[in-house]
Design a protein around this ligand. Structure first.
Ligand code: ADP
Length: 598
């Protein structure tokens, strides 16, 4: 029942994407099945009957000519459909499914990526999506054609020898049961080997992607990766051997069942009745035998297609779970729209624990940031600074406490409008294979005003000197994914593009999560100065583990193990001579020592 529901779910999607494709595939299947029946049952019966009755040759020729016309027209339809139009249908279905998948993937909560069960389903759906759509259409159409042909064959047999029908049907049911078991075993095998497939995918990605190329060449990580790969293949072989071994023996059982039932018993009865009891004419025997063979072939194909139908249903289940996933953090269409241009951000008793973790990453955070304040969050790696940003941006929701924008809980705002109030650059920002301008705006420029905004933002981030040396300036394509002449920038230059995004966003709060980590101290200082100039009227939340970049902030919050342990201006914290002063002095000493060494 679930298989039927899932297949219908997918058929509905395919119908929405390409109704003509569904109709053509059904017609194609009907023609195929009807032709089988026509040539083997009706045409042969007519010829044998003509011989029995001594029909005039001209009449036989007339019929053969009609057959020729039928055969040519169906041949043309099939050739054109199969080799031309069907390609287009497949592309249309793939486009629809991929689009749906992309839209859903973007909508999913960030926490989904950390939930292994959900992520496994997503991985399976993703790896299957390009084949399943057309497979399901083909399979359902085939079953439709086979069912139509089986009904006609059954009707023909019933006219002469109805006893043959239950024999064939019993065999069919037996085969369906066996095939269902086989499909389940194959699916179980696929599910159990998903962790191995993921391992292999990961190794494949690390070796294939440029991101890992340097470390792989300079270190020895290839060997542990290869070890994981070999181990996963070994495991996958063991699991596959187990399940496919049983599936193969089930297949043998099915063959025996089908052969015994239909060939031996059903056809034996027909031959016996003709030879021993002279129950019908030769033309009738030819008709019944061929109708029985067609029915048997139909049942054989139907059960075979039924196993694919069940298998498809199981795969669709993954897709459906993914497509129907309801994100926890949703676009609240009736939510409030932040009204002010300037905002006050308040965190009240905020605590947060990542899914699957027992210990909270942030504990009882209380912060009040009035408009225009320059705030720095500092602390060692792993203190919880980035997590704080993710909570403020509503990539995750707090586990306890609340975050307020202008006194209103951020959950009450419309998500996209709320997020629009912030310009954010993350530590692990990504550059897209697109122009510098689009990378800064994060959308194609609509008019000259957009282009000016991008230009100003790049100037403010300190990258304009570099852009001026590039032949295509702001239109320079970044990365070589889509353009062989695309430009690769240094880590620091890419980082400046990410910072330029914040300036271009023209929002009143800027959040910069370690934006200067790839810069040398002088560039970092320059960027910090540029940023403060460009953000003079904005609230700025600056995250860094380098305390030197935070000295000019209005308030500095020092985080340690998810808690705010000190807060105040640089001079206040230095005179307090606590943890901040200790860290600051230590970093300053390290910096001086490295300078002397250089
Ligand atoms: P910081 O930005 O100060 O370096 P983070 O906020 O990135 O620190 O991380 C704080 C802690 O939360 C770390 O111990 C880190 O391992 C953990 N953490 C970060 N992201 C996740 C996650 N997605 N799932 C589980 N733990 C996480």
């Amino acid at each position: 029942m679930k298989s039927l529901k899932n297949n219908l779910y997918m058929l509905r999607l395919i119908w929405q994407a390409c109704p003509s494709g569904v109709i053509c595939e059904m017609i194609h299947s009907l023609i195929h099945r009807f032709s089988e029946l026509f040539y083997s049952v009706f045409l042969l019966r007519f010829i044998v009957k003509a011989i029995e009755n001594g029909t005039e040759f001209s009449q036989v020729v007339m019929l053969l000519l009609m057959v020729l016309v039928y055969s040519a027209s169906t041949g043309i339809f099939t050739a054109l459909y199969w080799h031309w139009y069907r390609r287009k249908i497949k592309l249309k279905i793939d486009e629809m499914l991929l689009k749906k998948m992309y839209e859903k993937a973007v909508e999913c909560d960030l926490s989904c990526y950390e939930n292994p069960e959900f992520y496994n389903k997503y991985t399976r759906a993703n790896s299957e999506i390009l084949q399943r759509g057309i497979k399901i259409l083909e399979n359902c159409s085939r079953m439709f054609g086979i069912a139509a042909s089986a009904i006609i064959s059954t009707f023909i047999i019933a006219l002469w020898e109805p006893i043959v029908i239950p024999i064939v049907v019993v065999c069919a049911i037996g085969s369906i049961i066996i095939d269902k078991k086989r499909s389940k075993l194959k699916y179980k095998c696929m599910v159990e080997t998903t962790p191995q497939t993921r391992t292999q995918d990961y190794v494949n990605r690390t070796v294939y992607l440029q991101d890992y190329a340097k470390e792989l060449r300079l270190g020895n990580m290839f060997f542990p990766l290869l070890k994981h790969f070999n181990e996963s293949v070994k495991q996958a072989m063991k699991i596959t051997h187990h399940y496919y071994g049983i599936a193969a023996w089930l297949r043998v059982l099915r063959e025996l069942f089908m052969s015994f039932g239909t060939y031996l018993v059903a056809q034996g009865i027909i031959i016996f009745r003709y030879i021993e009891q002279q129950a019908y004419k030769l033309s009738d025997v030819v008709t019944i035998l061929n109708a029985a063979t067609t029915l048997q072939m139909n049942i054989y194909s139907f059960t075979w297609n039924m196993s694919i139908f069940i298998e498809n249903g199981l795969y669709v289940e993954n897709l459906k779970t993914f497509f129907e996933y309801k994100p926890k953090i949703t676009e609240n269409k009736n939510g409030l729209v932040p009204q002010n241009k300037k905002h006050r951000l308040t965190l009240r008793n905020v605590s947060f624990t990542y899914e699957g973790q027992t210990k909270p990453t942030l504990k009882n955070i209380n912060i009040d940031i009035p408009e225009g304040q320059k705030v720095a969050f500092v602390g060692h790696n792993g203190a919880g600074k980035s997590t704080l940003v993710k909570l403020i941006m509503r990539l995750y929701d707090v586990s306890e406490g609340e975050i307020l924008l202008d006194g209103v809980n951020i959950k009450d705002y419309r998500l996209s409008d709320y997020r629009h109030s912030f310009g954010t650059v993350f530590q692990d920002f990504k550059i897209f294979a697109s122009s510098i301008e689009e990378n800064v705006l994060l959308h194609p420029a609509q008019d000259d005003n957009d282009s000016n905004i991008a230009y100003e933002a790049v100037s403010a981030s300190g990258l304009m000197d570099k852009v001026n040396t590039l032949e295509h300036g702001m239109d320079t394509q970044l990365t070589r994914e889509f353009d062989d002449e695309g430009t690769m920038l240094s880590g620091g230059e890419f980082q400046k593009i990410a910072v330029a995004r914040v300036f271009a966003k023209q929002s009143s709060i800027a959040i910069l999560d370690e934006p200067s980590s790839a810069l040398d101290p002088i560039s970092e200082y320059e960027m910090f100065e540029n940023m403060m100039k460009a953000c003079s009227d904005k609230t700025v939340m600056f995250i860094s583990h380098r305390l030197s970049s935070a000295v000019n902030a209005d308030v500095i919050y020092l985080l340690e193990q998810g808690e705010i342990v000190e807060q105040g201006t640089h001079s206040e914290l230095m005179s307090k001579n606590g943890k901040y002063a200790e860290m600051f002095n230590m970093q300053a000493k390290q910096y001086k020592e490295s300078e002397v060494q250089e």
